[in-house]
Design a protein around this ligand. Sequence first.
Ligand code: ADP
Ligand code: MG
Length: 644
Amino acid sequence: MSWPGATLLRLAGQHPIEAFRTPFESAYSTAMPIRQLSETMINQIAAGEVIERPASVVKELVENALDAGASRVEIVTAGGGLNMIRVTDDGSGIPEPELALAIARHCTSKLSENIHDIRSLGFRGEALPSIGSVSRLSIRSRTASGDAAAEIGIEGGRVSAIKPAAANRGTTVEVRDLFFATPARLKFMKGERAESSATSDVIKRIAIAFPAVRFTLAGSDRSTLELPATEASADGSLRRVAQVMGAEFPANSIAIDASRDGVHLTGHVSIPSFTRANALQQYAYVNGRPVRDKLIAGAIRGAFADVLPRDRHAVTVLFLTLDPATVDVNVHPAKADVRFRDPGLVRGLIVGAIREALANAGIRAATSGAAGMMAAFRPGSYADASPANGHRSYDAAYRASGFAGFDRSPQRPLDMGFDGFRENDQAAFDAGPLASADARAGTAEPAETLLGTALGAARAQVHENYIVSQTRDSLVIVDQHAAHERLVYEALKNALHSRAVPSQMLLLPEIVDLPEEDAERLALHSETLARFGLGIERFGPGAVAVRETPSMLGETNVQQLVRDLADEIADNDTVETLKERLDKIAATMACHGSVRSGRLLKPEEMNALLRQMEATPGSGTCNHGRPTYIELKLADIERLFGRR
Ligand code: ADP
Ligand code: MG
């Protein structure tokens, strides 16, 4: 009994049950007869769900423009969209006789008789009437065949008469004083900047799916946007992605293109060394509709689980295309949620396609890493320094770049750990460490076949952790510890998934109480779970007994593990959780079992490590997503020395 009125009610001599009611119930609920709500009130209730903030208005209006086949969509806002939002398109327009219907509830031109065959962004026929019930809305429109435009208005639900107007073909929808009719909602708005940036996000998200449409956003603040049209092709799509997300994403991503049982997946995912601290840069589309879907997000996480640390997120743009009848978009009025008829198929396709693409891309380091390094080297960045101290700055740049192997100061000779190559300090100083390392490696010209490999011929080991190697057209530096850790991890994982995982008997079986459906679901998957070393069986209604757990997990919270698994099976119909946990343990073990930096390697050992990296998918990054090697193109090096 938390609210203060309860005590008062009791004091007033009411029956204790009465005292549990809120003042609203006791005052009104029994007093009012049932009646039909007014049209405006119905629309305002609907607006509560569809129109959460200015960005939702923009989303609905832009969707309408795209459904009308627009090739240009212009958005103007004022006051973060709360004062004014205007969306102009060059689409099909609305015929004058239909203007009144456009703002009437449950009126749409997009849905025939079949709710299972939705091919447009809109279909519910409620956006315009909802917006019109909480703001001052006007629509001015002209069709290709109409000889003039016409305009209709609606203010807080009150419709005005249709007037003639002047306009080109297409439609302009203007929304003023959003939420003036529902002040409670107005109070929740965050401030102009936050609303503007939400609006710009909405446009970016949708624009990725419509590369051939030109979008512009102008606001009273600086959140303007200009996305020129590109062509509707794979190339155009990638160019639009670059417009929205920046050019470094395409440069650091791999293309995805896969199909399974009528579901088609295309798009791009970042390479593992190009990540973000949150999942906001993950864009997903189902039949061209931007969605925020748990299943897709989970599949992306699963696909990258191996190559990214827990707190880093891939950057992705994924387009799913499938028969509209096999996906339900009518889940929520905002239409951002979807339900797949076969979630296992969709998840499997996404995880499989991404993993395969990552493996095929093989070893590839982030260009951003190498580019950053080149920038650190570039003498031009010290152009301001006077000639007198220019030399020193240059030296400092070497040091700052972390590539201390080129340090010019006299140093102790590199100890390669094998005999016959040791030189005296003077020679090392004169010839430079790299040349002397060459001499130590004993081969002036490495074998031609080695030069042709991706990671080249090992020439030296510097600072007891970095293997310097040479290909035909580049210089490669490998972090031996990170590389080896990755190789050990991949080997452990292979062992883990190629045969049954060893399990340990529990002293006493652990009984886990669960909702009956969960227990049933777990029992259905018991065979798969057994392969992962989890021995589980039904234990009467609403419970399972766990008799064995994977030995690798050691002491583990069985209750939690089983519940997580039940949730995951319910969500995705898979048992990724267990697999992910085991992979994570493999990663931890790999970290302990790998070559520490500081261990001196013989040339054969170095070359063997490089060859193993080339043969191992995913070895371009360590288990924490950092690159295991960087490559400097000879052309870039020559440019640094002004030779090009
Ligand atoms: P829905 O998009 O779900 O059909 P709306 O309330 O958003 O519902 O729009 C109602 C109808 O108004 C649409 O079905 C369409 O016929 C028409 N309409 C709205 N905006 C436009 C536009 N920009 N261009 C052409 N027709 C439009
Ligand atoms: Mg609509």
